[in-house]
Design a protein around this ligand. Structure first.
Ligand code: SAH
Length: 257
């Protein structure tokens, strides 16, 4: 047995049926390699091994790593002891991969930002998150919970909220419900604007989400003319495409000002 450690966000799944549902949610088209983040005691691992992938796991907890090494003989050299947030996927894998996991809730946003850094390599993510986080990532414009992570992830991935998981199926039970989502990289995942400015606009806009973009983006727009109607809007009203449009508009105005 592995003693659950709170600081690592360890909540081990007890329910095999739910573990199956999570693994089944992974389509895995066009990839040979799948990376499981945070395998813990291997509830998902065991089922993943039955599928037709080369499975790798990355786990930061030494005690879990030893448990996995002892219980999954087939996996041996594919058990990576390490921190996913610091792991260089590019030096390890030479092709596209899919990622799956019952993610530690304390670092779930960081995991997604890391996915974005490696989006050229990651075609699909199936992940269990705190329910509110899962909903936020999948939510559409106009929704109260639509935010930075929603836009950034939806710029590159199509996202589907799949199902909710009750606290009671974990040991120890978390304080909140969980939600499983699937992110599939868009066929064309290169956005049609300045990537850096796009991110800046989104972050700055949502940092003052009640204000119009005209007011919240002043640090970026400076003295340029912001009389266009789009500046009347608040960030939560804009789809990914509208953020792309806005980025190009601002860049063009700065260039010609
Ligand atoms: N997959 C298992 C465990 C989920 S709990 C199950 O479903 O039962 C989350 C797991 O992520 C824990 O095992 C924890 O040790 C691991 N973890 C936490 N932070 C991590 C990190 N930065 N990199 C890799 N694994 C991490």
């Amino acid at each position: 047995m592995v003693r659950p450690k709170k600081y690592l966000g360890q909540h081990f799944l007890k329910d095999k049926k739910i573990a199956y549902n999570i693994v089944n949610a992974l389509e895995g088209n066009d990839v040979a390699d799948v990376l499981e983040i945070g395998a813990g005691t291997g509830v998902l691992t065991e089922i993943l091994l039955k599928r037709d992938f080369r499975l790798y796991t990355i786990e930061v907890d030494k005690e879990s790593v030893i448990f996995l090494q002892n219980n999954f003989i087939d996996l041996q050299d594919k058990i990576i002891e390490g921190d996913f947030l610091k792991f260089d996927l590019k030096s390890y894998f030479d092709s596209q991969i899919a990622v799956i996991g019952n993610f530690p809730y304390n670092i779930s946003s960081q995991i997604l930002f890391r996915v974005l850094e490696f989006k050229e390599m990651i075609t699909e993510v199936v992940g269990m998150f705190q329910k509110e986080v899962a909903e936020r990532i999948a939510s559409k414009p106009g929704n109260k919970v639509y935010g930075i992570l929603s836009v950034l992830m939806q710029a590159y991935y199509d996202i589907e909220y799949l199902f909710t998981v009750d606290e009671s199926v974990f040991y120890p039970p978390p304080k909140v419900k969980s939600g499983v989502i699937r992110l599939k990289r868009k066929e064309n995942y290169v956005i049609d604007c300045n990537d850096k400015l796009f991110k800046q606009i989104i972050k700055m806009g949502f940092n003052q989400r009640r204000k119009t973009l005209r007011n919240s983006l002043k640090q970026i727009t400076g003295n340029i003319d912001t009389s266009d109607l789009i500046f009347n809007k608040r960030p939560e009203q804009l789809s990914v495409n509208e953020f792309v449009f806005l980025t190009n508009l601002i860049e063009e105005k700065i260039r010609t000002s």
